[in-house]
Structure formats: C-alpha cells, structure tokens
Design a binder for this molecule. Structure first.
Ligand code: SIN
Length: 281
C-alpha cells in the first residue's frame, strides 16, 4: 500500500525501502502540510529521493533544518562558508570512495545522526548508485530465539575499523578536521527502538561494530557476521541511480546504505548534511 498525499506524489522503489517524491521544489518555502507529508513518507520509506533539484549550499542547509538540528561529522571539514556541508566525492584519479561499504552514518559517536541529506552535484556517466537497506525488516526476519538472544545486548562501535577508515582517507587528506577531542568509540544496543515509529531495528554494521559488549571477540564474531548477512539481504534493499540534482534524505536510525564504487576514471561530487540524533535506546 502506498499512502496517497495531497501535496506530493510518492513512487516506491521496492517493497522494502525507498521512494521518489515528486511535485515539490525543495528550495522553495514549503507549507506545513507539504513538510508533514514529506516527513510521513520519510518515516514510512526510510529514504526519500527528489530529482531535478537545484540547490545552493544555503538552500541545502535550510532544507535539512526543516527536519531537525544540524549534526556533526568529526573527520572532514565542511565548506569554508558553510561548515555544515561536507563534500563527499571521488575524483577521476581515485580508486577509493567515501562510504563504500554497508553502514549507518557515524554509529561510533555517542549520539549518531538521526538522518542525512545528500545532494548530487556531479555524477559519473555510468555507475555510482547507492544501495539502501531496511533494518526493521532485517530485525523482524530473525527467529524469536535470535531476537531473545539480542535483547539487551550492546555492540561496541569504532571509527577505526580499517575497511571503513580507509574510505575517508582521501577526503581527510583534502580537508582534515581536528577531531582529537572527539570520542569515536561508542556502545549502542544491537536492537534499537525508533523514537518516532516505536519499531525495532537492527543497529550494528560491518563498517563500525567491533564486538558485542561482555563477549569475547571469537564469541561475538559469528553472531555479528550472521547479522551483517541478514542486513544485506536483497529483499530488504533498494538501489538509487543518481542524476545531477538528485537529493536523498535517509533515516540512519532504521536504514543502512552503501555507495557503490563501480565508476573508476569518473568524477562524482556530492554534498552531505547530517541531522543531529539522540542516544540510541
Ligand atoms: C555516505 O555514506 O554518506 C555517502 C553515500 C554516497 O555517496 O552515496
């Protein structure tokens, strides 16, 4: 079932996750009704996309602010005039892309972001899509026995896992941020309850989760690896093909994403703003 709205049109990408919203120019002053409809679609579909937008950095920040306070990214400086906006790019001569593995943004922070907004400025001629996955469905697919085992368990998340750390090196080299004081290890429930929908979602990732608190590494590894496999099942995902002017708004509390790195030799330039979140519970 797709909800019918008055001011926006919504086209789902897959049964699991993702919807394209049309009929709205997000640089405009949006009415309360239009915003409420976008928020509703965001909560239902976990990631919503807008095509054909043309945003200045101010407009990107202003749109993001409509969904909450601006969040913080510890490793890369934002734009000189707009520190809230971080460039997420891969240049023609680079082979590593930012965010090129399954993750939820900065889950190694004590208060990870509620969501993120990503605006495509330059896209490769081919490739460069992003995958998204629904963590409610991943949790709901588990057996009652596994749900009982996970209940009350916490994952230890770190920014230092090598596969994730390497995806930031080029951007850090360009615009390093002094994050010496920021704690980039955090323990969070493996199953979190979404503060707005009340639904439970798996909250661990191959990118950032090191171990399960209170277990030996060799005990937690098989459980975590099983969960990563479930999280990445195709039936829980959608795939978005970017055009210049596309915008995504995703919910980091209940979705993961993975930027595909299949466009060597081409340039992809995106701008990201995150939304401040709360401590996961
Ligand atoms: C990110 O992980 O925030 C970047 C996603 C993308 O570039 O598609």
């Amino acid at each position: 079932m797709t909800t019918q709205y008055q001011n926006i049109q919504v086209q789902r990408l897959t049964p699991a996750i993702g919807a394209v919203i049309s009929g709205v120019n997000i640089a405009d002053e949006l009415s309360e009704r239009t915003l409420a409809e976008i928020r509703d679609a965001f909560l239902q579909h976990l990631v919503v996309f807008f095509r054909g937008q043309s945003l200045t950095p101010e407009q990107l920040v202003a749109f993001t602010r409509k969904f909450g306070e601006i969040g913080y990214y510890p490793f890369v400086e934002g734009m000189a005039e707009h520190p809230e906006v971080v460039e997420v790019s891969k240049k023609e001569d680079e082979t590593i892309n930012f965010g090129g593995l399954w993750h939820t943004d900065t889950s190694y922070l004590q208060t990870p972001p509620l969501g993120s907004v990503l605006y495509a400025s330059e896209v490769p001629e081919f490739g460069g899509d992003t995958l998204f996955a629904n963590m409610y469905l991943a949790y709901e697919s588990l057996s009652e026995g596994m749900k009982a085992l996970l209940s009350g368990l916490r994952g230890v998340n770190s920014a230092e896992k090598p596969d994730a750390a390497v995806t930031r090196v080029n951007r850090i080299a360009e615009k390093p941020k002094d994050a010496a004081d920021v704690v980039t290890t955090a323990s969070h429930p493996l199953v979190r309850t979404h503060p707005e929908t009340g639904r439970k979602a798996l909250y661990c990732s191959n990118a950032h989760t090191l171990t399960i608190e209170g277990m030996r590494v060799e005990e937690s590894r098989p459980i975590l690896e099983y969960l990563y496999k479930v999280q990445q099942r195709e039936e829980f995902t959608c795939r978005f093909h970017w055009q210049a002017g596309s915008v995504a708004l995703w919910d980091n509390r209940a979705a993961q994403h993975n930027a595909l790195n299949d466009y060597h030799g081409f340039r992809r330039v995106m701008y990201r703003v995150t939304l401040k979140g709360a401590v996961p519970e």
